[in-house]
Design a binder for this molecule. Sequence first.
Ligand SMILES: Nc1ncnc2c1ncn2[C@@H]1O[C@H](COP(=O)(O)OP(=O)(O)OP(=O)(O)O)[C@@H](O)[C@H]1O
Ligand SMILES: [Mg+2]
Length: 252
Amino acid sequence: MTFEIENVSKIFVSEDSGEKVYALKDINLTIETGKFVSFVGPSGCGKTTLLRLIEGFENPTEGTIKDDGELVTEPSNERGFIFQHYSLFPWLNVIENVIFGLDINGKPEKENKKRALEYLETVGLKDFAERYPHELSGGMKQRVAIIRSIINDSKSLLMDESFSALDVQTKHKLQKQIYKICEEENKTIIFVTHDIDETVFLSDEIVVLSRRPGTVKKIFKINLERPRDRDAQEFKDLVSEITQEIAALGDG
Ligand SMILES: Nc1ncnc2c1ncn2[C@@H]1O[C@H](COP(=O)(O)OP(=O)(O)OP(=O)(O)O)[C@@H](O)[C@H]1O
Ligand SMILES: [Mg+2]
C-alpha cells in the first residue's frame, strides 16, 4: 500500500483578512502500490489541494497522510510531482534537462544519458536531445518535463492536469506511454484531470470529489482491459456515467 489518507481536512486561512476557506473535509482514501488513481470533480473542489497535501507541500489541518507507513510532512524524492505549468532550465539542452537531478543516484552520467535517450525516444524526442528549450514547441517542452519526472526513481508520481495543454494526438500518445512506463516500474500514479475520457482511459480507480469543501463523493473502479478502446460501448458508457455524476454535483 502506498498512501493512506485518514480523516483529512484542509482549511486555508487568509493572512490578510483571516477569512477561512474550507477546501477539503474528512477525506479517507487508500491508494495501493502500482495503482493509477485519478481525482476528478468541479473546479475549486480541492483536487490540487489534496495532491499537494499528499506530496507534502502543505500539511492537513486535520487528519494524517502516510506514504508506505511513514507520515508525510514534507516533499520527498520518493514522490515525483508534475505541475500543470512547469519549466525547463533554458541554459541546459533537452538531455541535460532530463538527467538533471539524477546525479544523486550515483550512476555514471553515460548510463543516465543512455536511459534518458530511451525515454526520449518513447515520446518522439530522441532527435531533439541536443536542442535547447527555446527551440522546442510548448508540447515538446511538456514532454521533456514529463520524462524528467518519470526518469527519477520515485515510487510514485503525482500529476496535476499534466496533459491538459497538449493537442489530442500528443495527449493520446503520452497517455499510452505513461501507463506503459509506470506499469513496467510498478509506480503508483495519482492524476488530477478535468478530462473524463482521459481518466477512463488511464485509471484503475476514479475518485469523484464533491463541491467545496471536497469530500469523496464516489469511487469508480475501472476494470476494462488495457490498452483501452475508446470506441467500445463500455468505455463510452463509463465516460457518460462519470460525466453525469459530476454534473449532478451542480454549479455550486
Ligand atoms: N494557498 C491557498 N490559500 C488559500 N486558499 C486556497 C489555497 N489553495 C487553494 N485554495 C482554495 O481552496 C479551494 C480548492 O482549490 P484547489 O486549487 O485545490 O481546487 P481544484 O479542485 O484543483 O480546482 P481546479 O479544477 O480549478 O484546478 C479553492 O477555493 C481555492 O481558492
Ligand atoms: Mg487544480
